[in-house]
Design a protein around this ligand. Structure first.
Ligand SMILES: [Zn+2]
Length: 303
């Protein structure tokens, strides 16, 4: 197991690095005038992840992972609250549990009643660079009129194993109930599960989406380095995010896109709402993490 103190120190070092990089990026030319620039961190409204929650894991194998999928222990459970409205800004709540009983959590931040932005850092467990973006958003100043709902990972088992699927071998990005189809068989990279929203991770996210009705939902993946173009307002927002982060607007192809998270998310957004996938590259530097976090806050504040 990873030493929690070690993780805490790494987290503090990462935060300090972000603060330094913010100083550097604020001097950059060519930044759009209206783009949000993150201020150096003053307070820590939500504790950063410090421990890996227990899971069975391999009996003798190494348990070290490149990215910590853990959350702080002792969190409130959604079942004990008055629904999603009972989640106070600044708090982190367990909204469900994975196949291997790891908690899936949401952090609510910012203006209650503002533009609601749901950000999901990880859905495919071996594509977890988006967790770093969520970690910055967990600490950043939130612009007025914006409310963040932050899910660091909806697939903590896959992330712990550095594996695309959940612990049932299901591709969670084919398991959502909207437009679900029986894709492939167990063992296949796109296996959609036994039925619509058959997986506990999908059920947790479905309840969150239906309970919160966000205005914008962002899903991070790797490593195609692109955002699929859209039309109308949806297309404008995608293009804005792409422009802020340097991602090209290029269609994502090559899969069977039934039961996907982004399609489902467009069924729960309020009218005029938007949900789309962001395909990051193979890795993110700390300043790229900051750029993406700023882009999230910028497009949210412009909605
Ligand atoms: Zn993916």
């Amino acid at each position: 197991m990873r030493d929690p103190e070690n993780v805490r120190i790494r987290t503090l070092v990462a935060a300090a690095t972000v603060a330094l990089l913010l100083t550097a990026t604020s001097c950059a030319e060519n930044e759009p005038e209206t783009a949000v620039t993150l201020a150096p961190l003053a307070v820590e409204p939500v504790a950063a992840p410090t421990t890996i929650p227990p899971g069975p894991g391999p009996p003798d194998g190494p348990t070290t992972t490149t990215t910590d999928p853990g959350v702080v222990e002792g969190l409130d459970e959604l079942d004990d609250l008055d629904g999603f409205d009972g989640i106070e800004a600044g708090s982190e709540v367990v909204i469900g549990r994975s196949v291997e009983d790891r908690p899936i959590t949401v952090v609510r931040r910012g203006d209650e009643g503002g533009t609601r932005v749901l950000v999901v850092g990880v859905i495919h467990g071996d594509e977890d660079a988006g967790a770093d973006i969520v970690d910055v958003l967990r600490l950043a100043d939130v612009p007025d009129g914006v409310e963040l709902w932050l899910v660091r990972s909806m697939n903590p088992d896959g992330q712990a194993a550095q594996e695309r699927h959940n612990a049932h071998g299901v591709d969670l990005n084919r398991n959502f109930s909207h437009n679900w189809g029986p894709v492939a068989e167990p063992g296949n990279w796109e296996y959609a599960g036994e039925g619509p929203a058959s997986e506990p991770e999908t059920q947790a996210m479905t309840a969150l989406g239906e309970g919160v009705h966000p205005d914008l939902v962002l899903w991070y993946h790797q490593d195609l380095f692109r955002i699929s173009p859209g039309s109308g307002r949806d297309g404008e927002i995608r293009a804005r995010y792409a422009g802020l982060t340097g991602l090209p607007l290029v269609e994502v192809t090559g899969g069977t896109y039934t039961g996907t998270a982004s399609q489902w998310s467009r069924t729960v957004v309020d009218s005029g709402g938007v949900g789309f996938t962001i395909e990051l590259g193979p890795s993110l530097t700390p300043d790229e993490v900051t750029t993406h976090a700023e882009a999230v806050l910028t497009i949210a504040s412009e909605m």
